[in-house]
Design a protein. Structure first.
Lengths: 272, 93
């Protein structure tokens, strides 16, 4: 009987199984990392971000240099005829744009003169900013700009491309700032469409696109300019599409910025 | 498929970390995220994925209406890290 018992192998699960304990350590470590990140986010945000941007700036400059070189190389492989045709087409477009600009300059001067006579002459100070990182890089619809508190930029300052508002500064550091695009999902702004006197709220849909809801009776047509409310209206875009249904009493106006954000290199930040 | 000595900081892991960090600045972020997710399964305790996510949130993140704190990538990376640890325990890795 003793021989029989000694030959038996014990084959049952031990009471104190260590199988579950492997998850506790990683979770604790993750929480510690998150706590450290949270500490820097809430108590020393400028220190952490400033160091990051100081590290990123030369890398971004090198990236832009290489991208520029590759773009020039691409043209070496295009045929002469294609390049010549492209050149002619661009020259023609440039001539048309110059003619249109002559009128625009005259109207702008007249507008400024009228405002001056009426006692409305706000001098808007702007600073030119290089875009270091564009919104197509991450889920955040943000522009990283090379101007910050040192150049007088503050949170809430508007970012322009020409006369079009493309966003507002949301975070400012010493030599850098982050601007959230006006068209980011979740962002809303009060606008006025074309010559209507009705203010409506437009919501961003990402990628430079907006949607606004208006009563159906208001006449809107494609190409109408969307502007901000106030004595110094700024533009947000032009109407691209209008959605109307028979049953609804509203129409949905879809508009977008006239420029492709992803191809921009410079913007202006208003310091007012 | 697991890499030999995947829990330790081998040359492979250090080179990969350097490439991923560089990728945060120059490469499309979807590519960096995909590579980080693959590394979560190739290596043990790939905490670098959380640090990468913190870098991305720091560089490009800004508070918005939906996310008052710019931490989308950090939270997602933390959840994926825990999920990877759980999955690896139950799968043959």
């Amino acid at each position: 009987m003793t021989k029989c018992c000694s030959a038996t192998k014990m084959n049952y699960l031990l009471r104190n199984s260590r199988r579950g304990s492997g998850l506790r350590k990683p979770i604790i470590n993750v929480l510690v990392v998150l706590a450290l990140a949270g500490f820097f986010y809430f108590f020393a945000p400028r220190l952490a971000n400033q160091s990051l941007y100081a590290f990123a700036r030369p890398i971004w400059s090198a990236r832009d240099y290489v991208t520029g070189l590759l773009a020039n190389l691409k043209s070496l492989f295009s045929s002469k005829e294609t390049l010549a045709a492209q050149n002619l087409s661009l020259e023609r477009k440039l001539k048309e744009a110059r003619v249109a600009l002559l009128d625009l300059d005259a109207y702008r001067k007249e507008n400024d003169e009228l405002k001056r006579l009426l006692g409305r002459n706000p001098a808007e100070k702007k600073v030119l900013a290089l875009i270091l990182a564009k919104p197509n890089r991450s889920l955040y619809d943000t522009l990283v700009l090379d101007v910050g508190a040192n150049q007088g930029v503050k949170e809430g300052d508007k970012v322009y491309y020409g006369d079009f508002v493309i966003g507002a500064v949301r975070a400012v550091y010493a030599g850098y700032s982050k601007a959230v695009l006006a068209s980011s999902a979740g962002e809303t702004l009060t606008v006025r469409i074309a010559t209507s006197s009705i203010d409506t709220e437009a919501a961003g849909r990402g990628g430079g696109n907006f949607i606004a809801k208006l009563p159906k009776e208001i006449p809107i047509k494609l190409g109408d300019l969307i502007k901000s409310v106030g004595p110094e209206p700024r533009f947000f875009g032009a109407v691209e599409d209008i959605e109307r249904t028979e049953t609804s009493s509203f129409q949905f106006v879809l508009f977008k910025l006239p420029v492709n954000i992803n191809t921009l290199e410079w913007v202006e930040v208003s310091l007012n | 498929m697991k890499i030999e000595n995947s829990g330790k900081f081998t040359k492979q892991r250090i080179v990969l970390d350097a490439i991923l960090i560089l990728g945060v600045f120059v490469a499309p972020l979807w590519l960096v995220c995909l590579a980080a997710i693959v590394c979560l399964f190739l290596f043990d305790n790939f905490y670098e994925s959380i640090f990468l996510a913190i870098m991305i949130d720091g560089l490009y993140g800004a508070p918005s209406r939906f996310f008052p704190i710019a931490a989308i990538y950090t939270v997602t990376a933390s959840v994926l890290f825990i999920a990877a640890v759980l999955l690896k325990k139950h799968l043959r890795f």
